[in-house]
Design a protein around this ligand. Structure first.
Ligand SMILES: Nc1ncnc2c1ncn2[C@@H]1O[C@H](COP(=O)(O)OP(=O)(O)O)[C@@H](O)[C@H]1O
Ligand SMILES: [Mg+2]
Length: 466
């Protein structure tokens, strides 16, 4: 982003352009006459005074920074801002305690270089989600629970300036003609923005934080999301190239689980991942990561999931991992699974394994094929072996709630068998108590596991339990 845009973006909307007389852009004390010292007022409008001071210093700093500055060199800029910040304080005879000075400085740096009031929330690794409902209501999710924070923006304009900061570097924009947009922060966090007139409560920002250290198998077991037996079974399935769909609602842990499942792929296989916004973090050496591209401002240059799945087939993949199937790409994914790319995996937004199958069918139709229903179902039944259903439970925990094998087609109906299912025993201290238990049925694809040299103890499937 050009400095000019940044400066304009940072100007309080009420103040004039910083040039040519930047020092007077805001009501500052006359620098020529030596005014009395100006400590921060300690009564009444302390917040307003603080905000005013912050805006004043900010405007002054921005007007003094060189237009040719490279905003990617954060450290240098920080040092430069600090120098000027001190100069402004001196010049205006503003006295602050060390703590106040530090706080004000960090806020100003966050405004100029970062994401303003969102910055501390973004830095806090215990926060998994940030939800801004207009300038005065900011919520976070922590340990699966939503809490309101005391973080506020000054007004809609202030929030819009931060939004602009998020989308502008990506060459995107949000305005009345395009009032909602998906974006990504430099650290990989996913952002969705909706502004008025679509939103009636002011600009709304939803940030799904990027997990620097993704959850592991052990975490899932410790958190009660899965059992060791189920994870062992899933590992065997991945190694034996069983085609898996992870199904679940928004935020139910689909991507997290897909990442863990991908971790079971043996070293040495060529893995191609395809996502809308790269979230998967595979540790294998031989991974090719592809990401779709939204259309640019002129509405051109879009590269879809479907384009990438088709292209991936020409890249000699052993496995294709599609972050989430939402449309026509499902058709190509099924084709791939049916034509020698076994062991491919994806996620689908659905509330039950049945729902997942229905969605898949709809997505295939979205690809514009004129296959009859039965033929589509046949494709699905042949391609998919296992659906892993995840859910975000009422207590905020994420759990695997079902493992369902796809068996085949009977008439027009896809037949399924549940292998494991979550049984809830009750509640304890606001937490759901239960366990993911085997139904006692062994999967039909057992022979494929055995052919891959994997032997699972029959007890995993509940044999001898009753
Ligand atoms: N098993 C789990 N236990 C606790 N938190 C989880 C679990 N799985 C995922 N999460 C957290 O829940 C949020 C949503 O997870 P994600 O995998 O992105 O969901 P989805 O892909 O279904 O939308 C993330 O913050 C993630 O860290
Ligand atoms: Mg996801």
């Amino acid at each position: 982003m050009s400095l000019l845009r940044r400066i304009q973006g940072n100007q309080p909307s009420s103040s004039p352009s910083p040039n040519p007389e930047p020092a007077r852009a805001t009501p500052a004390p006359e620098p020529s006459s030596t005014p009395p010292r100006r400590p921060l007022p300690t009564t009444g409008g302390i917040r307003d005074a603080y905000v005013d001071l912050k805006n004043r210093i900010q405007a002054k700093l921005l007007s003094e920074l060189e237009p040719t500055l490279d905003f990617s060199r954060t450290d240098e800029l920080r040092a430069m801002i600090e120098e000027k910040f001190d100069a402004v304080l001196m010049e205006d005879h503003i006295v602050l305690s060390r703590l106040e000075r530090q706080r004000l400085f960090e806020q100003i740096v966050a405004e100029i270089l970062g994401f303003g009031p969102l910055e501390p929330l973004l830095k806090d690794d215990t926060i998994t989600e940030i939800m801004v409902n207009g300038p005065k209501k900011v919520y976070i999710e922590r340990n699966g629970r939503i809490e309101r924070t005391n973080v506020v923006f000054e007004d809609d304009e202030h929030l819009m300036r931060i939004i602009e900061r998020i989308v502008a570097p990506l060459g995107r924009r949000v305005d009345e003609s395009m009032p909602y947009v998906d974006a990504r922060l430099p650290d990989g966090s996913r952002v969705n923005i909706v502004i008025p007139p679509i939103s009636l409560i002011g600009p709304v920002v939803t940030i799904r934080k990027f997990y620097r250290t993704p959850l592991t198998v052990d975490d899932l077991i410790r958190l009660g999301s899965a059992t060791p037996e189920v994870m062992e079974f899933l590992k065997a399935c991945v190694q034996a190239k069983i085609n898996i769909v992870v199904s679940g609602g928004t935020g139910s842990g689909k991507t997290t689980l897909l990442n863990i499942l991908s971790g079971f792929i043996p070293e040495g296989e060529r893995i191609i991942t395809i996502e809308n916004a790269a979230e998967l973090q595979l540790r294998q050496e031989h991974v090719v990561t592809l990401e779709t591209r939204p259309p640019n401002i002129e509405g051109k240059g879009e590269i879809t999931m479907r384009d990438l799945v088709i292209n991936a087939l020409r890249m000699r993949p052993d496995r294709i991992i599609v972050g989430e199937c939402r449309g026509g790409e499902a058709f190509d994914m099924l084709q791939a699974m049916n034509t020698g790319h076994e062991g491919s995996m994806t996620t689908i937004h659905a509330n039950s394994p049945r729902d997942a199958l229905a969605r898949l069918e709809n997505m295939v139709l979205m690809a514009g094929t004129d296959l009859p229903h039965r033929a589509i179902r046949e494709q699905i039944a042949m391609a998919i072996d296992l659906i892993v259903q995840t859910a975000r439970m009422r207590d905020g925990s994420r759990k695997i709630v079902s493992l369902t094998e796809i068996q085949g087609l009977e008439g027009e109906v896809i037949t399924t068998t549940e292998l494991f299912k979550f049984e809830q025993y009750g509640m304890e201290g606001g937490r759901i108590v239960g366990r993911l238990v085997p139904t006692g049925i062994r999967p039909r694809f057992m022979d494929r596991l055995e052919a891959a040299g994997i032997r699972l103890p029959p007890a995993i499937f509940g044999a001898g339990r009753r």
